[in-house]
Design a protein around this ligand. Sequence first.
Ligand SMILES: NC(=O)c1ccc[n+]([C@@H]2O[C@H](COP(=O)([O-])OP(=O)(O)OC[C@H]3O[C@@H](n4cnc5c(N)ncnc54)[C@H](OP(=O)(O)O)[C@@H]3O)[C@@H](O)[C@H]2O)c1
Length: 337
Amino acid sequence: MTHPKGEQPMKAIVQAEYGAPAEVLQLRDIDLPTPEADSVVVRVHATSVNPADWHVIRGVPHIARLQVGLRRPNYTVPGCDVAGQVESVGADVTGFRPGDEVFGSPFLRGFGAFAEYVSIPADRLAHKPANLSFEQAATVPLAASTALQGLRDHAGVDVGTSVLIVGAAGGVGTFAVQLAKQWGAEVTGVCGTGNVELVRSLGADHVIDYTRVDFTRGEHRYDAVFQVSGTHSASDYLRILAPDGTLVLAGGDSDNRWIGPMGRLLTARLMSSFVSQRLTSFTVAPNAEDLVVLREAIEAGAVNPVIDRSYLFDELPAAIGYLERGHARGKIVVAVK
Ligand SMILES: NC(=O)c1ccc[n+]([C@@H]2O[C@H](COP(=O)([O-])OP(=O)(O)OC[C@H]3O[C@@H](n4cnc5c(N)ncnc54)[C@H](OP(=O)(O)O)[C@@H]3O)[C@@H](O)[C@H]2O)c1
């Protein structure tokens, strides 16, 4: 295993303590990552930002610190999404060679994407879709894996499924609408007024503007509801779920600094025992197999990343600040190199 670029330092956005991104993130020179035998060092060309970033950078909700460090972060560099080129591979890695164009996610596996180089387990990496730029490819790993796993593995969306996607205009939602359409589902997307046309353009059969209509009071009964944004509770969704329908809670807003949306997620799981519908939640587990599924959907032209804004590397805290406002249209990307 050769060390990329000898002992030269790399530029990285480092974080020593929890707090506001603009205050605790620092652009510094640090040592290059040392790959494990099962990992690949990637020269990062682009990354994208996700709500997971500001949750772990702020350490909010506090319950998240059980996973990422109680008093201070147990990682040096945050960041969940990577698109770049293989710099070097660990001793046990097959399937990747220096120079390969790849994309992947070190989410909850050391993070580290906000840097010029990152070490990623090979099972979190795949070859980049040939028809995407690095910036486009960097939007895919975490958000599209969440959409894929939520709809396919947890909501069971398939041909003819009537699915409601709440938060259809954001990072996860824009991928979710396109994936569900590719599989032949009847898709209803929920978003704010300014994004109705965007969600329609992604293929949604119906679009509901949540600022005008309380969609939990409608007559239609959905086979599946996939909530990625919003504040509705499981009991609200019971009204619009078919008797054998499934509610999947992936995310959503909460003012609770201690447990965030966890209360809503746990309540849903408890309620599931007492109703005919299935109410569930999940945490995404990015993996190489799903990245290949996504790459094929992208190369087939069925899924296209939607990019709201693009930032430079030293503007990364501003990129997170924009995302934190909660109204991104698709994904926010950051060009690294
Ligand atoms: N469970 C997991 O493993 C997992 C993985 C990834 C993400 N998540 C969670 O999923 C959520 C969404 O992630 P993301 O990457 O899509 O975030 P995002 O890109 O920041 O989402 C922004 C979108 O949310 C929409 N939105 C805001 N308030 C809404 C409301 N009341 N009803 C419907 N849509 C609303 C906005 O649309 P408008 O501007 O039109 O309002 C905007 O398009 C976050 O809570 C994140 O933490 C969970």
